[in-house]
Every structure is written in C-alpha cells, then in structure tokens.
Design a protein. Structure first.
Length: 282
C-alpha cells in the first residue's frame, strides 16, 4: 500500500511502487513483522500502471474549491479530491485512477468496482468517495453507489438528506432508481443507500440488484460501490460478484494480515476480478 511518505533519497524507497498507493500516516500498533506481511500481501496484489498511456487531455479541467453538497451543505473535508484537488493526496487518487483504467476499464467487459475491506475503520468509504470524484474529473460519466445497506455514510460526506435509495429500489418500494447528479462535481452522480427494513443480504441476492447494475453499467462509464466490511457478513462479496471487480482496502497499523488474506481468498473463489489491494496510510 501507500508508503508515499518515504523520501525519494531513502535507499529503501522504490518509486515504481508509489503510483497506486494512498497516503496514510503510519501507526505503531501493528507489530513490525505483521506490518511487513501486510505490505508483502499488497506487493502481491498491487495495481500496476506500467504501460498505461498518457491520460486524455482534450480539455483543461477545472477543479472548484469550497464546493457545496447536494443539499447546500459543505461537503466533508474527507473529500480531498474535490476540496484539495491540487494536493498530494488528490494526486495519489489520480495515480490510482490510472492503474484502474489499465486494470479494470481497458477491455470490452463492462464492470463496476466494489470497494471492500476485511474489517471496519480502514478508510474504505474515504477511498471510494475520493476515487469516484477523481474519475468524475476525468472523461465520461461516473456513478457512486452507497451499497452499504447496514451503516451507510456516503450521504453525509456529500451533504445530502435523500431518504430513498438503493435499498428501497431493491425492496420494490420505489420505481425510479433515485440516481442524482452532484451538481458541483460535473460528471459525478450519486445513489444513496436509502432506508429499508428488509434484510440486506436478501436484497443483494435478488435479481433486481444484478439487473440494476447492468443498467447502470450501460448508462455510466464508471460505477463504484461502497460496501460493508467483510466482518458484517457476505454483503461485500455478493456486491463484488455482481459488480464484476473488487478493490480491497486495508490500513497500515490496523488491518490484520490473516483477515486480508481470507478476504482475498474469498474474492478469488468468486467471479469478480480482484483489481488490487490498497493500503490506506491516512
């Protein structure tokens, strides 16, 4: 994962490993040996951007500052790709974008990307939100879906109070999909998780979810989904299987290598392409 806070003149610094890492501060809680195992796991599954051509530069992109949320509220400071578009952290998301363009979106197969984690508190929602914003600043149309029907949080980051969402759609409680444009971030659309009492696993297992994702893949160039952690149940693996691709997020100093390995193994047994493992150092 990200070790981009290391100096270029550090003899242990490998610049080829910096492209797809996320900036994170180191934490001392993880034992050194296990920390090395986590980094080794990342090295095995890391995204590679070698061979990726230069990004299309057919237009000069404008990144607005002090952007407002969907209901007029200021969006969260966590959304650094929008609030600090010229920062080092925003540039790291653009590096991850380049890697995913080569790994996931370079062939004729239409895939969405489920961003998943082995446990809670590793920055998965932070990662998927900023990644979606970064793609929306590129070419095409991007959709961000809050598929965490257990503990949704994306609506708060984007300053929206939309009640109906994915859960209501899958439960048959609403007929329109509820996808809304994020006006201040041109190219980005958002679908909240919604609020329903139905069992999330049953909703995600049903045929409506697969049909909905197929429709969204036809309507948008890039689709990203937030998910519950793997400790909450099979939700994330179900979502990844329907989406077609999964990006695994861990946090240095917190994620346990055994849980990361277990999730990687589970994902490999399913139909989803494992796009890579990203270590969050934030």
């Amino acid at each position: 994962m990200a070790q981009m806070n290391r100096r270029a003149d550090d003899p242990g610094f490998d610049p080829s490993m910096a492209d797809s890492r996320q900036l994170v501060r180191r934490r001392p809680e993880l034992a050194k040996a296990e920390g090395e195992q986590v980094v080794a796991l990342w090295n095995e599954h890391k995204l590679r951007s070698a061979g990726v051509g230069a990004e299309l530069r057919t237009q000069q992109y404008y990144y607005p500052f002090d952007v407002q949320g969907m209901d007029g509220q200021s969006i969260a400071n966590e959304l650094v790709a929008a609030r600090e578009p010229f920062s080092d952290r925003a540039e790291e998301f653009r590096s991850l974008r380049r890697a995913l363009l080569a790994r996931v979106f370079s062939d004729a197969v239409k895939r969405a990307v489920a961003v998943v984690s082995a446990e809670d508190g590793v920055g998965k929602t932070y990662m998927v939100a900023n990644l979606a914003i970064s793609f929306s600043q590129f070419t095409g149309r991007t959709l961000l879906i809050d598929a965490n029907l257990r503990q949704p949080r994306l609506h708060r980051l984007f300053g929206t109070t939309v009640a109906a969402g994915l859960g209501n759609l899958l439960a048959g409680e609403v007929k329109s999909e509820g996808v809304l444009p994020v006006e201040v971030l041109k190219g980005l659309h958002f679908l909240a998780a919604g609020d329903t009492d139905d069992d999330p696993v049953q909703l995600l297992h049903g045929p409506r979810f697969s049909m909905f994702l197929e429709q969204m893949a036809d309507s948008f160039d890039y689709v990203f989904l937030d998910t519950p952690s793997n400790r909450c149940g099979p939700d994330a693996r179900l979502i990844a299987a329907r989406a077609g691709a999964a990006l695994l997020v861990g946090r240095e100093g917190q994620s346990r290598v055994a849980r990361l390995q277990q999730l990687v193994s589970q994902l490999h047994r399913g139909p989803a392409l494992v796009a890579g493992v990203v270590l969050n150092l934030q």
